[in-house]
Design a protein around this ligand. Structure first.
Ligand code: CP
Length: 305
């Protein structure tokens, strides 16, 4: 039974199949002729953390494919987790109702715990600051669509890298392709965990860590901005100190390549000036749209369809 827990679980051949199918699915959505392959299936979307894109794109994906959806949002308050039910018991119950269970949870490792008792495929929709594999795949699909390739790219990540589960999902996917170089740009307080950087270096991944957003802008093919994640700070004063340190401004765009793209998993708060949205290189709304096609494919993938 295939679960989707971590981006690292995919090999290059599986990734290529997923991306190629996403293209076909996208065309079928655009043409209005989606095959109802999930007719009579039920998809459960249970979110213990807030979400706009992930939950609603999974639900849209399920509905487009003919499935029905059961859903719990704000599940920390509105499910029996509030009364102290364990994730294992919740998972057993969800698996007795639905054919696929999609879970987002603030605690790192929740999906691994749930997978030990699951009798239906599970999909990780984000666990704390650890993994968001479906976002990693939709980001990869976006880069492929925008640049026409996934290799020999200079990719800069800016902002709160410490807490970015989307970075930790996208980098393991991109490192499977030749010649990619990563620039990790953040204040020291929000730098990547040391063990994550060490693992990449041990694997021979080309990378640099930087403190200034401006320095490498002219070299980047992809600038992936991230939000400073207020909800992960225990001390609000620490958040206030770093929240506005990295802001992509319209004036920065002059120094970027004409065919570079600006990505962001969204939601964005202050880290990208509003004027940037209208630049054709701002790819983040197209990126969010791509989530629908990738999630349609991933629902089919876990069901072996
Ligand atoms: N990118 C992303 O995970 O967005 P949501 O938090 O709105 O689902």
């Amino acid at each position: 039974m295939p679960n989707i827990i971590s981006a690292s679980q995919f090999n290059k051949s599986e990734i290529e199949k997923i991306l190629s199918r996403a293209k076909a699915v996208e065309e079928s959505v655009q043409n209005g002729n989606v095959n109802q392959l999930l007719k009579n299936k039920i998809i459960a979307c249970v979110f213990f953390e807030p979400s706009t894109r992930t939950r609603l794109s999974f639900e849209t994906a399920a509905l487009k494919l003919g499935a029905q959806v059961i859903s719990a949002e704000n599940a920390m308050e509105n499910s029996s987790a509030h009364k102290g039910e364990t994730i294992e018991d919740t998972t057993k119950i969800l698996c007795s109702y639905a054919d696929v269970v999609v879970i987002r949870h603030p605690a790192v490792g929740t999906l691994e715990k749930a997978a030990k008792v699951a009798t239906k495929p599970l999909i990780n929709a984000g666990d704390g600051n650890n993994q968001h594999p479906t976002q990693g795949l939709l980001d990869l699909y976006t880069i492929k669509k925008e640049h026409g390739r996934l290799d020999n790219l200079n990719i800069g990540f800016g902002g709160d890298l410490l807490n970015s589960r989307t970075l930790k999902s996208l980098v393991p996917l991109l490192r499977l392709y030749e010649g990619n170089k990563f620039y990790f740009i953040s204040p020291k307080e929000l730098q990547l965990p040391r063990e994550f950087v060490k693992d990449l270096k041990d694997q021979g991944v080309l990378l640099e860590e930087l403190r200034s957003l401006e320095e490498k802008l002219p070299e980047l093919d992809v600038l992936y901005m991230t939000r400073v994640q207020k909800e992960r700070f225990t001390n609000p004063i620490d958040y206030e100190k770093v929240k506005d340190l990295f802001v992509l401004k319209k004036e920065h765009l002059r120094n970027m390549k004409k065919n570079a793209i600006i990505m962001h998993p969204l939601p964005k708060i202050n880290e990208i000036e509003l004027e940037v949205d209208s630049d054709p290189r701002a790819a983040y709304f197209r990126q969010a749209q791509n989530g629908l096609y990738i999630r349609m494919v991933l629902l089919l993938y876990v069901l072996g369809l």
